[in-house]
Design a protein around this ligand. Structure first.
Ligand code: GDP
Ligand code: MG
Length: 303
C-alpha cells in the first residue's frame, strides 16, 4: 500500500470528524467572512490542534483568501490543506549518515516505543542496513522479551542484560557490539516508567552521555514517541521531555485509533519539533515516514 492510502486509512477517524464539521459549517455560509473563520478556529481546536495553532492556521488561511481574492467558501478546504502542509513542512528526514549512527527512543509507558523500534528495525533492514537493538528498558523482563520478539521478526541482532540491570550499561555494550560488528544503525529502547520523573530524566541523560562519549561525532536521533489518542496530554509530555532530553523528532503513534490527529499541528507549532514518523497500526508495516503534504491532503482534500 502506498503512503497516501495507508495514511489515509490511518487518518480516517480524524478526517471524518474534521471534515464532517468543516463541510456542514461551509454549507451554512455563502461568503467568506469573520464568522466563518471563528467557526473554523473552533473546529480546529476541537480536533486537538491547540488554541494558538488553530488561531495561526486561520490567520494564514485568511491571508491567502485576501491575497487571491477568494469569495467561495468551498475553496477553504484547499486553502486549509495548503496552509497545514506549509506549517508542517521541514525537518522530517532522519539524520543518520555516520556508521554507526544511533537512535534513542524515549517516551512514557505504553505509547508504543518498543513497537516503533520493531517497525523501524524492519524498515532499515529492508533498506539493506545492519541494525542492532539495545534492550535498555530493563525495568521489566517482559519489556526485554517483547523487543526480542521484534528483533526476531525483523531479523536483526539484539543486545540485552537481565531485568533490573543498568540501562546505560546495556547501551554501552550495544554500542561496542555495533562497532565490532560494523552496524549501520543502533536503536535503543528505554523505560518509560521509573520510580519517579526525575529518575527517568536522569537515566536518559546518563544514556545520552554514554552515547556521546563512546561514539563522539556519531549522528544521533532522540525520538520521542507520543500516543495520538491522548490528545493535548501528548503535547504536555512533549514539553516535559523536550526540556529534559534534547529530542530531535517525534513519532506519533496510534493515529489509526483516534479522531485527535490534529495534535500533529499542535506539536509542530507549539514545540517546534518535527514529526518524523506516524504509527497507523500494530503491524510491522504500519509506520510511515511523515509526509506533510500527504497528511494535509489526507485531512482536508476530497477524494
Ligand atoms: P511502550 O511501552 O512505549 O514500549 O509501548 P509498546 O510498544 O509496548 O506498545 C503499547 C501498545 O500500543 C501495544 O499494544 C502496541 O501494539 C500498541 N501500538 C503501538 N503503536 C501503535 C499504532 O501505531 N497503532 C495502534 N493501533 N496500536 C499501536
Ligand atoms: Mg516498551
Amino acid at each position: 500500500m502506498g503512503f497516501f492510502s495507508k495514511i489515509g486509512a490511518g487518518l480516517k477517524k480524524t478526517r471524518d470528524s474534521i471534515m464532517n464539521s468543516v463541510n456542514s459549517m461551509l454549507h451554512s455560509f455563502t461568503k467568506i467572512d469573520d464568522e466563518l473563520f471563528e467557526e473554523l478556529e473552533e473546529i480546529l481546536i476541537m480536533a486537538d490542534a491547540g488554541a494558538s495553532t488553530s488561531a495561526r492556521i486561520c490567520e494564514l488561511v485568511r491571508g491567502k483568501v485576501k491575497e487571491r481574492g477568494e469569495t467561495d467558501p468551498a475553496k477553504i478546504k484547499d486553502l486549509l490543506a495548503e496552509t497545514v502542509a506549509e506549517l508542517l513542512r521541514g525537518g522530517q528526514e532522519l539524520n543518520l549518515r555516520t556508521k554507526p549512527s544511533v537512535i534513542l527512543v524515549i517516551g512514557v509507558n505504553g505509547v508504543g516505543k518498543t513497537t516503533t523500534i520493531g517497525k523501524l528495525a524492519s524498515r532499515f533492514k529492508r533498506e539493506g542496513k545492519k541494525v542492532i537493538l539495545g534492550a535498555a528498558d530493563t525495568f521489566r523482563a517482559a519489556a526485554i522479551e517483547q523487543l526480542e520478539v521484534w528483533a526476531g521478526r525483523a531479523g536483526v541482532e539484539l543486545v540485552k542484560h537481565t531485568e533490573g540491570s543498568d540501562p546505560a550499561a546495556v547501551v554501552f555494550d550495544t554500542l561496542a557490539a555495533a562497532r565490532a560488528r560494523g552496524a549501520d544503525v543502533v536503536i535503543c529502547d528505554t523505560a518509560g516508567r521509573l520510580h519517579n520523573k526525575k529518575n527517568l530524566m536522569d537515566e536518559l541523560a546518563k544514556i545520552s552521555r554514554v552515547i556521546d562519549r563512546e561514539l563522539p561525532g556519531a549522528d544521533k536521533e532522540v525520538l520521542l514517541v507520543l500516543d495520538a489518542t491522548t490528545g493535548q496530554n501528548a503535547v504536555n509530555q512533549a514539553r516535559e521531555f523536550k526540556n529534559a532530553a534534547g529530542i530531535t523528532g517525534i513519532v506519533l503513534t496510534k493515529l489509526d485509533g483516534t479522531a485527535r490527529g490534529g495534535v500533529v499541528l499542535a506539536i509542530r507549532e507549539d514545540l517546534d519539533v518535527p514529526v518524523k514518523f506516524v504509527g497507523v497500526g500494530e503491524g510491522v508495516d504500519d509506520l510511515m515516514p511523515f509526509d506533510p503534504e500527504e497528511f494535509a491532503r489526507g485531512l482536508f482534500s476530497e477524494e
